[in-house]
Design a protein. Structure first.
Length: 282
């Protein structure tokens, strides 16, 4: 990919997936944290390097803490995308922004498509939905990509949490009645590379979930299997089913996100992805 891209945020799973991809030659980055000159730095980088796209990897992603710190969630998930969209409008740059399956209530059978109505039930989902609306209203060129259950070997995520507990021989209770299609973070740069410069790049909203649809419990079983294969041990039986949805689990009950089948060629099978992560971490 020869186009010059500015990544906002350096430490998120999505940002790290870009930095570790061999698809891009012209990546530039600016971190938001403790940067009082952020906006000036963005304009400076755009002008100096003739940036074509801004990819926003900044977001408040802690679902539980969003219920307690809603103002902070709004700052990163609504106000900040609004700020970026104004910059993109002024500089005629396309904004690529990542959203979430939490903008839906999870009550629809069969999964959600990009044109389904949003109905977030959590404050996290509401903050992300507000961010989407700000971008749409801004008048800038944009593409909003909704992701589901992103996991990788970077930062904190479900796969790393389960592997850590397995290493420490802890029981892991996981719900059987929360269903999603989690996405391997390394697939995201592959999708973006495909989208840019093609007619799918003109679509305003894209859904990009993983190939495999499964419960959190089944996801955990797959991680445990990869862990046992890597450690050359028998199944320890630490991942057990929990049929009751815990009050702490705020994910929509059925939050599978679906889109055009052409995107499937950019997705890694979940078993392959988990083995790669396990090999990297253990």
């Amino acid at each position: 990919m020869v186009e010059k891209i500015l990544i906002i945020g350096k430490k998120s799973q999505v940002a790290q997936s870009f930095y570790h991809s061999d698809l891009y030659k012209n990546l530039y980055s600016i971190d938001l944290r403790n940067n009082k000159l952020f906006e000036a730095d963005v304009y400076k980088t755009i002008n100096k390097h003739k940036i074509k796209y801004i990819v926003n990897c900044v977001g408040y992603t802690n679902v539980i803490n969003s219920e307690k710190n809603y103002k902070e969630a709004l700052m990163l998930n609504e106000y900040f995308p609004n700020q970026l969209s104004k910059i993109c409008l002024k500089t005629n740059i396309k904004l690529i922004h990542f959203s979430t399956d939490y903008v839906f209530d999870g009550k629809k059978n069969g999964g959600y498509y990009y044109n389904d109505n949003c109905n977030p039930k959590t404050l996290y989902g509401k903050s992300k939905h507000k961010g989407e609306l700000k971008i749409k209203e801004s008048g800038c060129k944009y593409q909003i990509i909704r992701l589901c259950g992103v996991y990788s070997s970077f930062r904190k995520n479900f796969v790393k949490t389960v592997l850590h507990k397995l290493l420490n021989h802890k029981i892991i209770k996981l719900p059987t009645n929360i269903i999603c299609n989690p996405l391997y973070a390394s697939d995201i740069p592959r999708l973006i590379s495909f989208l840019l410069g093609r007619h799918y790049g003109k679509r305003k909203i894209i859904h990009f979930g993983g190939k495999n649809i499964l419960s959190w419990f089944d996801f955990g079983i797959k991680i445990q299997a990869a862990f046992c294969e890597r450690k050359k041990i028998n199944n320890p039986g630490l991942v057990i089913p929990n049929k009751d949805i815990s009050k702490k689990i705020l994910r929509p009950p059925y939050s599978v996100i679906l889109d055009n089948k052409v995107f499937d060629k950019h997705k890694t099978n979940i078993d392959v992805a988990i083995k790669k992560i396990t090999k990297h971490l253990i």
